[in-house]
Design a protein around this ligand. Structure first.
Ligand code: SF4
Length: 275
């Protein structure tokens, strides 16, 4: 029924992996990935962990880039699936990384993902997975989401794999790569999983102030969280570097969202929650 990836010959049977890491953001695509492994591929739950990369750093750091609801939604998913949740982070968190570099990340220099996600997982595996371990790292990218994602392979050897030196095997698997959004929605509905609350405001569950948000979505988020948006604008001034572009030209956030044209406040308590 679902357009599942065919398991490649180079991949081991699920039961031969000592660890199955499910990288989850709290968004629907990664939730669909977990559901597909549990109910379609019938992978063993005992070796599974939900792995979340907390973009704002350690749990005691208040959220800034991410949504307030992400931590609790991940706990909900962990309880719903009965799979332990492991949260990992870059010690400094994204805001500090931006301030240290004096610049915001962009598509050419996407250090938010490298510090906060890719390097974070690689370090975690290198520290925690010793001799003789075999890890399958699963993630929920959809090829239809972007040109870049359409080039991702469904299976590859992970850079943290070191079979000769450390006898540590790490494979990457993207089981929902061929899903469209309809399949994601269908598998979530079939199993009755709640969506992250952010979907009432934005189309993707990324950082709430993601550098790739559409203008209209960023405008909505700015209106919902005026204090954090104001701090982002102050960061632009302090660093002399803007977060967004229009027609290839850097523009301040206030101009990007058309702030002066839309002075409006959204009442959080009167909006319906789709969760
Ligand atoms: S969601 Fe956006 S801002 Fe956050 S790490 Fe990913 S690309 Fe960077």
């Amino acid at each position: 029924m679902y357009p599942l990836v065919t398991i490649p010959d180079a991949m081991l049977p699920f039961r031969e992996y000592t660890h199955i890491d499910l990288c989850v953001s709290g968004g629907n695509d990664s939730t669909a990935m977990v559901l597909s492994l549990l109910h379609e591929y019938k992978a063993p739950k005992e070796t599974m962990r939900l792995i979340h990369f907390r973009i704002d750093g350690p749990n005691e750091n208040p959220v800034f880039f991410d949504w307030e609801e992400t931590d609790s939604h991940l706990q909900y998913l962990s309880d719903f699936f009965d799979i332990p949740l492991v949260t990992i982070w870059d010690e400094k968190g994204l805001k500090t990384r931006i301030e240290e570099r004096g610049m915001f990340p962009d598509s050419m220099n996407r250090f938010c993902t490298s510090y906060g996600k890719r390097d974070c997982y690689t370090k975690y595996v290198r520290r925690r997975r010793g001799n003789g371990t075999k890890t399958l790292c699963c993630s929920g990218e959809l090829a239809s989401e972007s040109n870049k994602r359409s080039t991702y392979p469904a299976f590859q050897v992970h850079p943290a794999s070191a079979t000769k030196k450390m006898n540590r095997l790490v494979h990457t698997f993207r089981p929902v790569l061929h899903f469209q959004k309809q399949s994601v929605r269908a598998i979530m509905q079939e199993h009755g999983v709640k969506e992250h609350a952010c979907y009432q405001y934005v189309s993707r569950c990324s950082c709430r102030f993601c550098i790739f948000l559409k203008k209209s979505e960023l405008r909505t988020v700015a209106q919902l969280f005026p204090d954090q948006f104001s701090e982002l604008k102050s960061m632009e001034k302090r660093m002399g570097h803007t977060m967004r572009f229009i027609n290839g030209q850097r523009v301040p956030l206030s101009e990007f969202v058309g702030e002066n044209r839309s002075v409006q406040t959204i009442d959080l308590f009167t909006m319906n929650c789709c969760g």
